[in-house]
Design a protein around this ligand. Structure first.
Ligand code: NAP
Ligand code: F7E
Length: 329
């Protein structure tokens, strides 16, 4: 039985990846921080909470990572833990750097010294491309131009991952993933904020949805599809870096329009207000993946299309609020 350690198990991608690996008969260890009351909601949603073995660790605490790697010596480590919200990274630049940059160095060092055969996946991001438009789409050769402390912290981690591969022969891969969403996406990210807001409006629990820049464009895919690409990267003969996305991009405005449409609410403009607090000091205007390498080498491709993704998220949030309201009756 293969073993995998997933950091960031309580987030969005952790549960989807864990489910995927459990179906492949892996023993899955999920790293969680010391909390008096950890939130297992996302794992509950996928019905896998009791199938994972939880281990303590914090990306800010190198000794906890050393202990884990030394004791578990897992076949694969998927590093998904991060301060992942771009919007907060300007206010929390130091914390973002410690978790997203130094945390990766600690993990790589632990692997190098205590379990050099462990394969390592680093959750890199399209945010690293930032302003690098590159004729409208970005691939593995596109130069980085990060626009936020979050993106900068991830550029450090990207290069450290490459460097441990080149310097010490560690099987370390970067998945440069474009935005991926799901019904368990964090509520502050724009897609889930919209679908949650739309559901509240539908049930009369809110009458406004405050957003920032509606013109920003992203290549949005489904998280459930993208975890397969993470796994495939670690099954190759040679470690490498891959861009993962859909090749289509859409604006925040288009997402809003569709979400209101799927909820059956006419005239979205009546509800959406622009609040400058949700605009960023430096915006990433448009991103679109050129994911040919993932298709050619990994044999991977996305399954869920944009319209389907919006519908899936709207329906899930409508169902959540309906269940809550039914319980209150
Ligand atoms: P997420 O929902 O924000 O989950 C991140 C997880 O990291 C959370 O469960 C959080 O734990 C954990 N974490 C934060 N600080 C930690 C620390 N000091 N020690 C241990 N754990 C810590 O993120 P996601 O959307 O699943 O994304 C997974 C990874 O992919 C992240 O690294 C993100 O930056 C990257 N990424 C995401 C996307 C995307 O579109 N989703 C695209 C490209 C790359 P708590 O639950 O305890 O707070
Ligand atoms: O913003 C605009 C905002 O916060 C998307 C993370 O998973 O994906 C994510 O980062 C766009 C931006 O995601 C609001 O200005 C408008 O242009 O959903 P987001 P993100 O910044 O793209 C990448 C790939 C990651 O790696 C990150 O970890 O939407 N926008 N109005 C808004 N964004 C938010 N959050 N809230 C608004 O009200």
């Amino acid at each position: 039985m293969k073993t995998a350690l997933i950091t960031g198990i309580l987030g969005q991608d952790g549960p989807y990846l864990a489910k995927f690996l459990l179906e492949k008969n892996y023993k899955v260890y999920g790293m969680i921080r010391r909390y008096s009351n950890p939130n297992f909601e996302n794992l509950d949603y996928l019905k896998i909470t009791d199938k994972i073995e939880y281990v303590d660790g914090d990306m800010n605490d190198d000794s906890s990572l050393i202990n884990l790697i030394k004791n578990l010596r897992p076949d694969e480590v998927y590093n998904l833990a991060a301060q992942s919200f771009v919007g907060s990274s300007w206010e929390m630049a130091k914390l973002t750097t410690e978790v997203n940059s130094l945390g990766v160095l600690y993990l790589l060092n632990a692997i190098k010294f205590f379990s050099p055969m462990t394969k390592f996946y680093q959750a890199s991001t399209s945010e690293m491309f930032g302003l690098s438009n590159h004729n409208g789409s970005q691939d593995e050769t596109t130069p980085f131009h990060p626009r936020s402390p979050y993106a900068i912290s991830k550029v450090y981690a990207y290069w450290m991952t490459v460097n441990f591969r080149e310097s010490f022969g560690i099987f370390a891969c970067n998945g440069i993933l474009f935005n991926h969403e799901s019904p368990i996406r964090g509520l502050q990210f724009v897609t889930r904020k919209i679908t949650d807001g739309v559901a509240k409006i539908k049930y009369g629990l809110a009458n406004k949805l405050a957003l920032g820049n509606l013109d920003a464009k992203r290549d949005w895919g489904f998280a459930g599809d993208y975890v397969e690409a993470m796994y495939l990267m670690l099954q190759q003969d040679k470690a490498d870096d891959y861009v993962v996305g859909t090749g289509e991009n859409h604006s925040v405005r288009e997402f809003v329009e569709l979400a209101f449409k799927y909820a059956g609410i006419p005239n979205w403009k009546k509800y959406v207000v622009i609040d400058p607090r949700f605009k960023r000091p430096a915006e990433v205007h448009a991103l679109r993946a050129k994911w040919d390498k993932a298709k050619k080498v990994l044999g991977w491709q996305p399954k869920v299309k944009f319209e389907e993704l919006v519908k899936m998220m709207v329906e899930a949030d409508l169902k959540r609020y309906k269940q809550q309201l039914d319980l209150q009756k």
